[in-house]
Design a protein around this ligand. Sequence first.
Ligand SMILES: NC(=O)c1ccc[n+]([C@@H]2O[C@H](COP(=O)([O-])OP(=O)(O)OC[C@H]3O[C@@H](n4cnc5c(N)ncnc54)[C@H](OP(=O)(O)O)[C@@H]3O)[C@@H](O)[C@H]2O)c1
Length: 240
Amino acid sequence: MQSLEGRVILVTGAAKRIGRSIALALAAEGARVAIHYGESESDARRTASECGNAPVFQANLESVSEIRSLYDRVADHFGRLDGLVNNAARFTRFDPLLIEEADWDFIHSVNLKSVFFSCQSAARIMLQQPEGGRIVNIASLGAIRPWQEHAHYCASKAGVVMLTRALSRAWAPKISLNAVAPGVIPFGNTDERTERFIAKTPAQRAGTGEDIAETVLYFLRAAKFTTGQLVAVDGGLSQT
Ligand SMILES: NC(=O)c1ccc[n+]([C@@H]2O[C@H](COP(=O)([O-])OP(=O)(O)OC[C@H]3O[C@@H](n4cnc5c(N)ncnc54)[C@H](OP(=O)(O)O)[C@@H]3O)[C@@H](O)[C@H]2O)c1
């Protein structure tokens, strides 16, 4: 396993929740973390200070030009990029008969389009480095299980899984790409639907940000021979 000590790793959507857990776990392993946020500046600054005063980078990931500028700024700051965790995403619930174009674009612009252009921007840096790099995309159980009121979200996350696989071929052997599919990872109060999912989970508990971070760190440390893979971190929920 590679050490993460001194590795430069960008985490998108790192201000809060799962992204924050990933950033904190990386910093604890000695990585130099770049904290991306969209709107949660104060949370991002709090996470950054707990990551040893990591630098913060704002970008609206709906915009390809803002994504490109984000990577320019990260490369200017660190002079390199060893890892990327595409964590930022949106989640909405709709009866599929009622989805309008804007509702579709709201999800897909961030969950799928931004993940592609983020991977592309990172790869343009990583392919210039003798050591290449590692990319981990955060998918969802919804990429492999069909949730009827989240058809648009499920499609975006299934797209993330296929992007991970296709790009792992495109950029091998210098860059590994893998995906993690979280199960139910609640923060704060849970609604009745979430409670039902937790009750069905063989592990008999909800997941935590730390559970997801552990598998993300595995992929960031693993040999690049491990690539194009998806691991569900869901307490066994996908097996029910
Ligand atoms: N929580 C779960 O149960 C669960 C289950 C399955 C999969 N996942 C996946 O795990 C990842 C993290 O989940 P989470 O629940 O922690 O996520 P989240 O809180 O819903 O979103 C993470 C961050 O994404 C950022 N983001 C969204 N749209 C953006 C945009 N246009 N530009 C820039 N940043 C944007 C937001 O940053 P700002 O707040 O800074 O704007 C937000 O804090 C996501 O990919 C999610 O799909 C989560």
